[in-house]
Design a protein around this ligand. Structure first.
Ligand code: ME8
Length: 508
C-alpha cells in the first residue's frame, strides 16, 4: 500500500471573494500534493470554505441575502478559481455541510461531558471583524491589536474551553517536536505567547445565531474558530475513527498564513489534546503579500484578482510567480513589473528558449529523430551529474517547504543546459560528418536533461510540463522512477517545440 500524506489549506471565509493571498496558500498546497503524488504517496488534499459566524451573517444582511445564499454564491467563485488554477484537491469541505456540523457537535459534546467545556460568563473587549475577544492590556486606544479597528465591550453567558489546563502539555509537545511549528521565527512567537499563560477560551456566542448550535443549549452557537478548525477532521469522516480518518490523521501539514497561526498552533492542538486525538505533525505559517508595496485592501482598491492575472499571463505563470518570487515563510510584494521580469527572464529566456533551441536543432540535424548517445565526454557527464543531483536537491527543499529554493535548483540545471549549448556548439559539430556521433550525444544529453527538468517541474507548472513532455514523446504523468537519467528512448520523434512563453513587451 502507498504511504499516506495529508495536506490542508485554511478554509476561506465566504464574506470575501478570492484574491492572490488565498490563491497563494492553495497553490502551495497543490504543488506539495502533486509532488507527493509524484513521489508515490497517496495524498489527501483538503480545502474548503468557512461559512459560519458573525462576519458572514453581517455580510449577508448587507447583501440582502440569507447567510446560506451568500455562502452558496461566493463558494462557487472559490471553486471556479481552484479549477482554473489547476488545484487538485481531494475534497472541498463547507462548514454548512451536515457531515461537518455533526462532527463539530460530537467533539463539543464530548468535551462538555468530560468537563473540558463549561458554562460561565464572559466580559471583555470584542473585535467583530476578527471575531476575537481582547483583554484590557492587549488593546491600545480602544483598537484591536490585529486589525486596528475599534473594539466594543461585550458581556455574555458563554461556554468556555478549559485551555488553561493544556498549556504545559502543549509546551512540552512544542519543545519535543521542533518541526511542529514552522518557520522558526514564528515558533518563538508562539512559545512566548504560551509562556504568558493560557486563559480558558470562550467557545460559544449568544449575540448572533448563524452557526452550529451548542448541543443541548440552542441559545448558543459554537464559536466560529472551534467550528472551523474541526473541518480538518470532519472532512476525514470524524467521529468515525477508522477508514479515511484512520488512514490520514494526524495531518502531515496544515498550510496557513501567519495571520492565523495562533488558532492553529495553540487553540487547535489543545482541542485535540482534550479530545484525545494526535496533534498535527506540522503547522507552517507562510508570509503575507502586499501589492506594489501596500497592504491589499478593498478600500485601497488594490486587491489583486487571480482570474485577471490568469487570463492575461496564463495559469502556470501565476503559479510559478507566486512560489518563485518570495521564499516561503517570508513576506513578499506583488508587482506587475516583477511578474513581467520573471516571465521574460526565467520562463521565456531560460526555460522556453532551451526547449525551442534544442528541438529546433534536432529537427535540423536529425530530422527530429532522437539518436542513441555515444560515449559521454566531460561536458556531458557534468551536465548529467547536475541533472541527477537535481532530484535530491528538490526533494530536500520540498521537505522544508522551500518552494522557491526547489525552483532555483531546477533553474540551475536549466541554465547549465543553456550554457552547455554554447559550450558544445552543435552548429559547428554539424558542419563535419565526422562529428555525427558527437552531435547525437550532445542532442541526447540536452533533451534528456529537459525531460528530467519537466518531470520535477510538473507539480509547479502542470500545463507547461505536460506540453514539454509531450514534445519529448511522453504522455504519462511523471512518477518517481522517471527521475533518473537515460529514460528517453532513441528513435523517438521529437517535433520542434513552439515557444512555451511569449515574451512580454515592457509597454504592455
Ligand atoms: O482566516 N497574503 O479565512 P480567510 C498571503 N476562515 N496570504 C493571504 C493573504 C495575504 N495578503 N490574505 C489571505 C480565515 N491569505 C479563516 C480560516 S481555517 C480553519 C479558518 C490567505 O478567508 C492565508 O492563507 O481570512 C490566510 O491564512 C488565509 O488566506 C485567511 O483566509
Amino acid at each position: 500500500m502507498k504511504p499516506a500524506f495529508y495536506v490542508t489549506t485554511p478554509i476561506y471565509y465566504v464574506n470575501d471573494v478570492p484574491h492572490i493571498g488565498h490563491a497563494y496558500t492553495t497553490v502551495a498546497a497543490d504543488v506539495l500534493a502533486r509532488y507527493k503524488r509524484l513521489k508515490g504517496f497517496e495524498v489527501f488534499f483538503l480545502t474548503g470554505s468557512d461559512e459560519h459566524g458573525q462576519k458572514v451573517e453581517k455580510a449577508a444582511l448587507a447583501a440582502g441575502e440569507t447567510p446560506l445564499e451568500l455562502a452558496d454564491r461566493v463558494v462557487k467563485r472559490f471553486q471556479a478559481l481552484w479549477e482554473k488554477l489547476g488545484i487538485s484537491h481531494t475534497d472541498f469541505i463547507r462548514t454548512t455541510q451536515e457531515r461537518h456540523k455533526q462532527g463539530v457537535a460530537h467533539i463539543f459534546r464530548q468535551l462538555m461531558e468530560q468537563g473540558d467545556i463549561y458554562l460561565g460568563e464572559y466580559e471583555d473587549w470584542y473585535c467583530t471583524p476578527c471575531e476575537t475577544f481582547w483583554t484590557e492590556t492587549q488593546i491600545t486606544d480602544g483598537k484591536c491589536p490585529d486589525c486596528n479597528r475599534p473594539v466594543e465591550r461585550l458581556k455574555e453567558e458563554s461556554y468556555f474551553f478549559r485551555m488553561s489546563a493544556y498549556g504545559e502539555q502543549l509546551m512540552a509537545h512544542i519543545e519535543a517536536n521542533p518541526e511542529f511549528i514552522q518557520p522558526k521565527s514564528k515558533r518563538n512567537e508562539i512559545i512566548a505567547f504560551i509562556r504568558e499563560g493560557l486563559r480558558d477560551l470562550s467557545v460559544s456566542r449568544t449575540s448572533f445565531s448563524w452557526g452550529i448550535p451548542v448541543p443541548g443549549n440552542e441559545r448558543h452557537v459554537i464559536y466560529v474558530w472551534f467550528d472551523a478548525l474541526t473541518n480538518y477532521i470532519t472532512a476525514l469522516g470524524y467521529p468515525e475513527q477508522s477508514g479515511t480518518f484512520g488512514r490520514y490523521w494526524p495531518v502531515d501539514v496544515h498550510l496557513i498564513g501567519k495571520d492565523i497561526l495562533r488558532f492553529h498552533s495553540v487553540y487547535w492542538p489543545t482541542f485535540l489534546m482534550a479530545a484525545g486525538l494526535p496533534l498535527p505533525k506540522k503547522v507552517y505559517a507562510h508570509g503575507w503579500w502586499t501589492v506594489e508595496g501596500q497592504k491589499m485592501s478593498k478600500s485601497l482598491q488594490n486587491v489583486v484578482e487571480p482570474n485577471m492575472l490568469i487570463d492575461k499571463y496564463g495559469v502556470d505563470v501565476v503559479r510559478y510567480f507566486l512560489l518563485r518570487e518570495v521564499p516561503f515563510g517570508l513576506d513578499g510584494d506583488f508587482s506587475h513589473a516583477s511578474l513581467v521580469n520573471r516571465i521574460n527572464s526565467d520562463l521565456a529566456n531560460d526555460l522556453g528558449n532551451l526547449l525551442s533551441r534544442s528541438t529546433a536543432m534536432l529537427t535540423k540535424y536529425f530530422d527530429g529523430i532522437l539518436q542513441a548517445p555515444g560515449e559521454l565526454a566531460a561536458l556531458d557527464t557534468a551536465l548529467k551529474a547536475k541533472a541527477e543531483a537535481m532530484a535530491a536537491a528538490v526533494d530536500a527543499c520540498m521537505e522544508d517547504l522551500a518552494f522557491s529554493k526547489a525552483l532555483q535548483a531546477i533553474w540551475d540545471v536549466v541554465s547549465t543546459g543553456n550554457k552547455y549549448i554554447d559550450e558544445t556548439t552543435p552548429w559547428s559539430l554539424a558542419k563535419d560528418a565526422a562529428n555525427r556521433e558527437r552531435l547525437a550525444t550532445v542532442m541526447y544529453c540536452l533533451l534528456e536533461t529537459q525531460r528530467m527538468v519537466h518531470c520535477l517541474l510538473a507539480p509547479f507548472m502542470p500545463e507547461t510540463s505536460r506540453k514539454a513532455l509531450n514534445v519529448l514523446g511522453i504522455s504519462e504523468l511523471p512518477v518517481e522512477t522517471d527521475l533518473v537519467w537515460g529514460k528517453l528512448t532513441p528513435g523517438t520523434r521529437i517535433a520542434k517545440a513552439e515557444a512555451l512563453f511569449p515574451r512580454i513587451e515592457k509597454a504592455e
